[in-house]
Design a binder for this molecule. Sequence first.
Ligand code: NAD
Length: 384
Amino acid sequence: MKLAVPKEIWPGEKRVAVTPDTVKKLIGLGFDVAIEAGAGTDAAIPDDRFADAGATIVKTMKATVKDADVILKVRPPVVDGKTDELAAYKKGAAVIALLDPYDRKDLIEKMAAAGVSSFAMELMPRISRAQSMDVLSSQSNLAGYRSVIDAAHEFGRIYPMMMTAAGTLPPARIVIVGAGVAGLQAIATAKRLGAVVSAFDVRPAVKEQVQSLGGTFIEVDEDDAADGETSGGYAKEMSDEYKAKQAAKLKDVLAKTDIVITTALIPGRPAPQIVTADMVAGMKPGSVIIDLAAERGGNVAGAKLGETIVTANGVKIIGPENITSSVATDATAMYAKNLLNFITLSVDKDKGTLVFDPKDQIIAETMLTCDGKVVHPKFGGEEV
Ligand code: NAD
């Protein structure tokens, strides 16, 4: 069984799909591992560490993936006018990556046409057995941490209260909108740095989690909030009535807030816009907003992906792009472990074979294409 790891060519992507530790384990499962030269450089993993772990270092992407049965990646294969990563894969190869399926129906069709089996890691079911493979959780956790650090860097004040002979500095007030994996880590990080933290979410189950981390839960409307969760544990789109109540409450709260971190997402849909221009206009000069949902359209009016906007009233709105790449070494360690756990599921070590079982919920829910067809029912395929 041959496994390949090309260098990521997605602009700004610093992560890589394996670490020396997971390479050793993949070899233990029976894989020959080929890694493109320089694949780990941006995540602080030099080629010789991969070579020491037993991988073969290959000069070009084409030569790395040529005979591979499995290709591990972070980003979707790049297919544009200049580059065609898919064309380099052999027919029947499996590609395992973040494939952005909701926004890349074009790529799903291309992968089917290329005869490539593909597995989108963002579709991992939220069941206990799949927890160790859940890349959205592992990466969101780091994004939540880093957003608080980035906000501290942009904020002209400090987080903790400080009582000194030169006077008393009040603590920073931080509001986290969306207390999922990223939001909860942001709460924990901001608390550790001494800020006063509150948070809100449409899923009422979150209230206790926020409080257990020392945050205050902002109540919008208990009755409506009870409807905010799907059976899969994700949020769903809220009624207009709820949105109006949420807006009134938030406007009030944000006028007294120094830092806002928004993380609200709804799978398969654009991010809900929660912080309006009117709310931003009511905030104090020097306040900082980090919109972690900027890649999915943003939670904050005026946020621009990859940019810092300063509003007329002196509020900074930051729309980070690929924030996990700014902690690429740790993000790689976690992502690589998630992928190792995922592939282990399909390896028969004794026979030295790799079989993806479509009856397994984890395979069925992540597999987009197989044998030249789109197979995922959510993306136009029929279940195999
Ligand atoms: P997410 O990234 O899809 O969304 C982030 C948060 O935004 C969520 O908490 C969501 O409820 C919230 N949100 C959406 N719309 C909102 C709105 N209009 N206003 C305010 N908040 C809004 O979610 P996530 O972080 O990936 O996790 C969702 C839940 O799933 C969490 O409770 C998490 O602990 C759970 N989870 C379970 C498993 C498992 O059981 N294996 C694995 C991972 C996560």
